[in-house]
Write a protein that binds this ligand. Sequence first.
Ligand code: 4AZ
Length: 273
Amino acid sequence: MARRRGRRVLLVLLAALPVPVATSTPALAQGQLRIIGGTGASTQQEPWMVALGSRSVYGDYRSGQFCGGTLVSPTKVVTAAHCLYDESTMRPANRPDLRVIVGRSDLSTSAGSEVPVSQVWIDPDYSMRSNMWDVAVLTLAVPQPGRAVLPLVDQGATAPYQPGTAATVYGWGDTRGNGQYPMTLHSVQVPMIADSTCARDYPDGAFRASSMVCAGDQSRGGRDACQGDSGGPLVVAGRLVGLVSWGTGCAEAGHPGVYTRVAAMADAVRGQL
Ligand code: 4AZ
């Protein structure tokens, strides 16, 4: 269907509409399970997994969730820059009631808390047009000292990105690629994919290994992040190595998920902590 880069952010917005919206994603035809292909997860076991919500923009349904994020210090959350942009204006979105939802696996409940955001940092090199440098840091107005955090990967690390390395992605996004948004957190294990393979899957320079990395079942599909998972963590060996960023459809063979390569900007992010 439509241009992959144009479609992504729109679908992030659709992810939070109260009524499931048919998005005619090609991924549908293959009958995948779910995140896509995954199982239930919990903020009890993953206390650093947070949701971004805005009830004024997205409604009370599912706590206003529209993206994921990761608690990396008691006051800081790492997410994708595109989660904070408005596709229609191509500028940072104005959501005065932006909240970081902590300790709430089931978005239909009031478990945990909804923490206001006092500051937003967006990587100055982020480009909505190219999807490059898709990272942002939110500062929490109320510190979360008791909650476990997830450490960032080291700047320039290469070991976690070796093709075939098992990574896990978490989120409240579409579980089927057809607009079914779960109330509860899901996760799925996805292997890291070689940059050369991903560059073939996303030709014409759409994939840029300098700030992106791919993961998924490249040949069979069936396991992936999807709309609404954006900004959420890709984890290897207990470290934040990627952020859900973009892709063509969800869980399609030959179109793996594309993630922000955190090791490429870890020092810049640490400078914000
Ligand atoms: C999205 O729109 C989105 N299959 C997230 C992940 C992927 C595609 C789109 C990757 O939030």
